[in-house]
Design a binder for this molecule. Structure first.
Ligand code: TEU
Ligand code: CA
Length: 559
């Protein structure tokens, strides 16, 4: 397997609005990030992925871009951004930017032009259709509730928006639009950025005709995703993008791809196909949802997680490359989700980190994960800022007849704002995030969960992450080794072995709060040499057979 810097890197995601506010307006900003670069360097990360900082009216916190060549006023200026890049590079780290080109903002100049008239030169940059029988052109539902179509008075037809109505989908069938996107990518790469995370990039090719989706229950609108996820021209578009742009730079690329499976991901990431290096897949993030989607709560069955992760580990081994993540700005906090954010917060956060960081792939850490930040409970729906949460609550509770408490429960469990409360720097007012009023409320647990406390405590989650990152740098087996699942049907223990050049790594994790006996299956040969890391003091027990403590994790190297 070819060795590359992006396989050996650990990435840290910054959601700028919630990271650090330098000027007291309550909104995180670029200068605020610069102030914290030494903190990230201490953690040991290699690459920063910055969620969007481009000009935006903020309907979806920057994922609605009105100018791809400029910086959002809330976050600072282009000079600030250039300084950020220099300061990152000066510390030996890299910066990848978010590329959001499935859609733009409706306030983008292209859309302002396009909506004026049918013969406007930018008209074909977006997706327009006539209504059908006085209704929308098809029955697709927007990710953020309601129809995926919005009527345009001036031209008497509708435009497609898979996300909010302020996020019209770009028309990738149009070669001029594609060239404009490539030009913009080159502009940023020539400024020195080290790659891109590409927002819902597997949505850009839609099935021609945009057919109605099957609707057996007669819902007002249903997901049309089968007609735009991994669509007919997607690989052609990505190969074109690669040839025109990416191949000319030594950069890192990761495509965010809801609804991608292993076979499809092999095509996207295969080293001989020249598309992308990695994808963010969602299978493991969907395991705790029922048939009605993310708000339909269901407990995680550990055996499902093993089956899914193992399929990805084995499927991409030697063919493509995995990204490894348990958190991002769209997901609830993993310590609350798959761990225990009360009595065993520290143990379970470390266990989950061990499980993830010992896998094959490139690990991603989301801001606050490294100090074990947790989900939040706001009693008042008005305290939630996320467009997805607000629209869903309105549709289900205000306009529909869903039960308030039940919907709030689903927001507590799955809402995106769980990940978006301000970073907890210290135990001062507003957790040291701002001296003003934060744009979204701080999690009240900041007095005991904060970075100042964590960096001062050698047993903290922060220092455990630091060690995991160091280990990855010292042990090529962690990056490149093959993966072998053991105990596939155990309901509480997730254990696996990595193999590389005659060496082995044994990773054992307890996903439960009850102690549990572990014994290595007889057919597995493993001669332990040393314990590399663990989240309890080393009790010198033999890794072949012992009792795991609540949420315990251990990693042994051997032969
Ligand atoms: O997310 C795309 C996506 O499909 C999901 O992660 C989505 O946000 C989630 O399922 C809703 O429950 C990307 C961005 O990460 C997200 O923040 C944006 O809102 C979205 O695209 C639109 O740009
Ligand atoms: Ca600010």
């Amino acid at each position: 397997m070819e060795k590359t810097w992006w396989k050996e890197s650990v990435v840290y995601q910054i959601y700028p609005r919630s990271f650090n506010d330098s000027n007291g307006d309550g909104i995180g900003d670029i200068q605020g990030i610069i102030e914290k670069l030494d903190y990230l360097k201490e953690l040991g990360i290699d690459v920063i992925w910055l969620s969007p900082v481009y000009k935006s009216p903020n309907d979806d916190n920057g994922y609605d871009i009105s100018d791809y060549y400029d910086i959002m006023d809330d976050f600072g200026t282009m000079e600030d951004w250039e300084r950020l890049l220099d300061e990152i590079h000066a510390r030996g780290m890299k910066l990848i930017m978010d590329l959001v080109v499935n859609h733009s903002s409706d306030e983008h100049e292209w859309f302002q032009q396009a909506k004026k008239s049918k013969d406007n030169p930018y008209r074909d940059y977006y997706i327009w259709r006539k209504g059908k029988d006085g209704r929308e052109p098809n029955n697709w539902k927007s990710t953020f509730s309601g129809s995926a179509w919005e009527y345009n008075e001036a031209t008497g037809d509708y435009y497609l928006h898979i996300f909010s109505k302020k996020q019209p989908d770009l028309n990738w069938e149009n070669p001029e639009l594609r060239q404009d996107v490539y030009k913009m990518m080159k502009w940023w790469l020539d400024k020195g950025v080290d790659g891109f995370r590409m927002d819902v990039i597997n949505f850009i090719s839609k099935v021609p005709g945009l057919p109605d989706a099957p609707n057996p229950n007669g819902e007002p609108y249903v997901s049309g995703s089968r007609y735009f996820k991994n669509g007919p021209r997607i690989h052609e578009f990505l190969q074109e993008m690669n040839e025109e742009v990416l191949a000319h730079y030594d950069v890192m690329t990761v495509g965010e791809m809801p609804g991608v499976d292993v076979e499809e991901a092999k095509k996207y990431t295969h080293f001989e196909r020249n598309e992308l290096q990695m994808v963010f897949q969602f299978e493991h993030m969907d395991l705790d949802s029922g048939p009605d989607g993310k708000w339909d709560l269901k407990p995680l069955d550990l055996r499902d997680l093993k089956a899914s992760i193992s399929r990805w580990q084995n499927g991409l081994n030697g063919a493509g490359w995995n990204s490894l993540y348990l958190n991002n700005h769209d997901q609830p906090r993993v310590v609350s989700r798959f761990g225990n954010d009360q009595e065993y917060r520290v143990e379970s956060a470390k266990m989950l980190a061990t499980f993830l960081h010992m896998l094959q792939g490139t690990p991603y850490i989301y801001q606050g994960e490294e100090i074990g930040m947790t989900n939040v409970h706001f009693e008042d729906i008005e305290d939630y800022q996320d467009i997805e949460i607000r629209n869903m609550y309105k549709e289900k509770v205000v306009e529909g007849n869903a039960d308030h408490d039940q919907v709030m429960e689903s927001i507590y469990t799955k809402g995106r704002d769980n990940a978006r409360t301000p970073f907890q720097w210290n135990d001062l007012e507003h957790a040291g995030f701002t001296t003003g009023e934060p744009w979204i409320k701080v999690n009240p647990n900041y007095k005991h969960i904060n970075a100042e406390k964590a960096t001062a405590d050698p047993d903290s989650i922060f220092h455990y992450y630091r060690q995991l990152i160091q280990l990855r740098k010292q042990q090529p087996i962690i990056v490149y080794g093959d993966y072998e699942l053991i105990l596939p049907v155990h309901e509480q223990i997730y254990a696996y072995i990595r193999h590389y050049e005659g060496e082995k790594l044994l990773v054992i994790t307890n996903f439960g709060e009850e102690p549990v006996d572990f014994s290595l299956p007889e057919e597995i040969e493993f001669e332990p040499e040393e314990r590399l890391i663990g989240n309890y003091a080393d009790d010198q027990s033999h890794p072949g057979s012992f009792t795991l403590k609540p949420y315990e994790a251990r990693v042994y190297k051997g032969k």
